[in-house]
Design a protein around this ligand. Sequence first.
Ligand code: GDP
Ligand code: IMO
Ligand code: MG
Length: 435
Amino acid sequence: MPATIIMGGQWGDEGKGKLTDALAAEAHVVVRANGGSNAGHTVETDQGVFKFHLIPSGILNPDCHCIVGAGVVVNPFALVEEMEMLEGRGVALSNLRLSDRAHLVLPYHPRLDQLEESERQDDELGTTLTGNGPAYADKVSRHGLRVADLLDGPSLRRKLDREVAAKNRILTELHGQEPIDAEDLYRRLLVITDRIQPHIAPSEVLVQSALDEGRSILVECAQGAMLDIDYGTYPFVTSSSPTAAGACQGAGIAPTRIDHVVAVFKAYSTRVGTGPLPTELHDATGDTIRERGKEYGTTTGRPRRTGWFDAVAARHIVRLNGVTEVTLTLLDVLDVFPTISVCTEYHVGGSRLNHIPARGEVLSSTIPHYVGTDGWLTDISGVREQEDLPAEAIAYVHFLEEALGAPITRLGVGPGREQLVSMGGAAARTLSHAR
Ligand code: GDP
Ligand code: IMO
Ligand code: MG
């Protein structure tokens, strides 16, 4: 796996953290490509449960070098908190590097996030309120401060004064709120800089050198492709590109050097926050999925909305991202259902739709057309080999492979590190069939 992208295929929380941790056992480098502390990536090991927000999920593997890439927006206070949490649990951080080009999330960004959300009133996006959107907005409008700015005190002070003054005008004059104290923020940033300075590096150079030396690299995306700023359910999206293309950009890897694009999909659908979710279930089945899958946000604790697998959206994402293989997670959550449904088509205004329409209003008004498959009604959480899976579970996996047009090479059957089933046989068969 010389250069492999791990991306979410749905609306986030597909289990990217768990897969990244598992594959990192054999990788030299893991680079986080996008998003900020809005992400919450869970890894369960013998040492307990770890929830990563900024630090790559490979960090528990002591030989793996972990890089926070240029495409990430970094709240330096949240980063230090996460570093201290990990060190407190005995995790070494000597292999952690932070791109000097990554943009900073500063205290005015979460405050603006909150204000923008309240201004949207009934059309709120349900953001994580971590300041992710305002930080990316500053980056694109060229108002951002970057990690590299922390390394030059006088220049940092000048830029901070200018940006804080601009943001304070919005906070005080438009919203009647307390201003941010630039002097206090500057001093706090100096303290934090001492802590993170040893980790700051030109990360794209490290990545290129690792590739030239033939080392294997994993690119870990945050969020999911249906939350992509361009191709997701705009405006109910995040502010970065959690796609294969975005992964290359954020990690500093040319597209021509990528060997594998692994999309992680749940065996059903979830979404946290507002926006269309065509297969959403507002019934006991949806509740059962939520409870069995412990579908509560890793970052915010909010209950996730749940529904059946949406193969129209999934197929769209597979094609858009050149997905070479799929990891299907949380299959064990479906153990209790006699029949499992998959949405294979959208019906809208009497016609069929096989792609994601640009207008959210159209997507929300679609009627999903479902195909039912037999459930297996067996606890599969202890299964480790493909041949021990119930025939109905294998049939479900094959059905999804056909619908997605990509091989499913791994199954998640529980949250634990070891609860992954390799699907080599099915993958090979389906690959030759699908291509
Ligand atoms: P990420 O953001 O994509 O890394 O995913 P999250 O960590 O936010 O959410 C995935 C949740 O599902 C976490 O609580 C994981 O521990 C859990 N999980 C991951 N894979 C599986 C699986 O195969 N089965 C079950 N039951 N839980 C899983
Ligand atoms: P991981 O990496 C699920 C959602 C928010 C909201 C929208 C915009 O753990 O899969 P933002 O704070 O980015 O401005 O919020 O995107 N969202 C996620 N949903 N998993 C995530 O990350 C998410 N990051 C953002 O709930 O609907
Ligand atoms: Mg998550």
